[in-house]
Design a protein around this ligand. Structure first.
Ligand SMILES: NC(=O)c1ccc[n+]([C@@H]2O[C@H](COP(=O)([O-])OP(=O)(O)OC[C@H]3O[C@@H](n4cnc5c(N)ncnc54)[C@H](OP(=O)(O)O)[C@@H]3O)[C@@H](O)[C@H]2O)c1
Length: 360
């Protein structure tokens, strides 16, 4: 776990080896919550970041609209709460509308003026994503921020209705299609308002567990031999590669829209509380020193989505509210372009209609 924490901020040497000193330093920095160059660190909460961002926004504060996927639970729910509290209109696409209504009610109990719109989506279904996008576009609202946060970890091999392995379908393919279908809208809003559009892909430091030789598109769609952790890690590499390649394309199109990937940190869960006992309690106590609260887990997303300090930064990877290092595979531009082309071709085949964007 300590090594995982350290990956976030340990400087990378040219031969990809990590000496012990920077790892120890990064681990201490994480545990103590020492601020990085942004002024924030691992202990910063989403509320702190967002309040600071609001204070530094021009007056009158622009009325932003954000789509946050996976907002019916933990990090996504906290991201939606904090954004809505700060006056951002939040669209919650959810597969479970009852859960989404509960999240909305809770947010509005705290912030009665919060503007929340709930809409149905299942990220494992192309048809459902298309329906959501067309419903959203028909509202005629602007779109400033897309937060691709929803996530799935599946122990067993399962397939989506479009016949794609479920973790990859949810975490990467679904968000790729959602982003493609809303890209013109976010670019148009940025052009009309002069406010930089921002897309945030919520990845994980676990992306670094994937080797290049194991990262093969056809096997990701339909693995012959399935390992849940590997599938999750692969989908998280894909989130970063997606940000890298789309960022390159947006720059080539001179669009005022950025896309970045974040590692939220490992967030505390109540799961271990069901297994009481000296050993589990001791392990929980030790782990709780390493794990973040949900609000700390949502901080990096809010920082990248709102901060003036991230203006113009695109195709980057952030952790603990600071720019950080992703793995060599996630940094590989050729791999990013290849994955984008393969995914785009898949969409083209599956949807049987051209997506009118070509690679520069
Ligand atoms: N928690 C961590 O320690 C950690 C660490 C690193 C990275 N991350 C990443 O951070 C993000 C949020 O994590 P979390 O811990 O907050 O996750 P979580 O509590 O498991 O929530 C996942 C969210 O995704 C939604 N979702 C899953 N499948 C979906 C689908 N097919 N269509 C639409 N929505 C779907 C869930 O909706 P339902 O409510 O309907 O299930 C839920 O709202 C994920 O991308 C995760 O990979 C988390």
């Amino acid at each position: 776990m300590i090594l995982i924490c350290a990956w976030n901020s340990a400087p990378q040497s040219s031969n990809n080896c990590y000496s012990l000193a920077p790892i120890m330093k990064a681990t201490m920095k994480y545990l103590v919550g020492i601020a990085g160059p942004s002024g924030y660190g691992s202990k910063t909460t989403a509320e702190q970041v967002t309040e600071d961002c609001l204070r530094s926004m021009p007056r009158p504060t622009p009325h932003l609209t954000a789509i946050v996927t996976g907002a019916t639970s933990r990090i996504g729910a906290e991201t939606a709460r904090v954004l809505a509290k700060s006056g951002v209109r939040v669209i919650i696409p959810a597969r479970d509308l009852k859960k989404a209504e509960e999240v909305k009610e809770n947010i509005q109990k705290e912030s009665p003026k919060a503007e929340i719109i709930i809409s149905k989506i299942d990220l494992t279904s192309f048809a459902s994503i298309q329906r959501f996008c067309s419903d959203f576009l028909s509202l005629g609202l602007p779109l400033h921020i897309i937060i691709n946060n929803a996530g799935k970890y599946s122990h067993k091999l399962e397939f989506s209705e479009d016949n794609i392995e479920l973790t990859f379908a949810t975490n990467y393919i679904g968000h790729f299609l959602l982003t493609e279908m809303l890209l013109e809208k976010i670019m148009e809003t940025a052009l009309e308002t002069g406010i930089e559009g921002r897309i945030v892909n919520v990845s994980s430091v676990i992306h670094s567990w994937v080797n290049k030789k194991d990262f093969c598109f056809t096997k990701l769609l339909n693995p012959k031999c399935y390992n849940g952790t590997q599938a999750y890690a692969q989908s998280k590499v894909a989130n970063i590669l997606h940000a890298k390649e789309l960022s390159r394309q947006l720059k080539a199109r001179k669009a005022n829209v950025t896309i970045n990937a974040v590692h939220p940190g490992f967030v505390k869960t109540g799961i271990t509380r069901d297994y009481r006992g000296f050993i589990t309690d001791s392990l929980y106590f030790m782990a709780s020193k390493l794990l973040k609260s949900t609000s700390q887990g949502a901080a990096t997303t809010c920082y990248v989505a709102l901060s003036r300090m991230t203006t113009g930064l695109s195709g980057k990877y952030f952790a603990d509210c600071n720019e950080s290092h992703s793995s060599p595979l996630a940094n590989d531009e050729a791999e990013a372009q290849k994955l984008w082309n393969q995914t785009h071709a898949l969409m083209h085949r599956q949807l049987l209609q051209p997506l009118d964007q070509c690679v520069e």
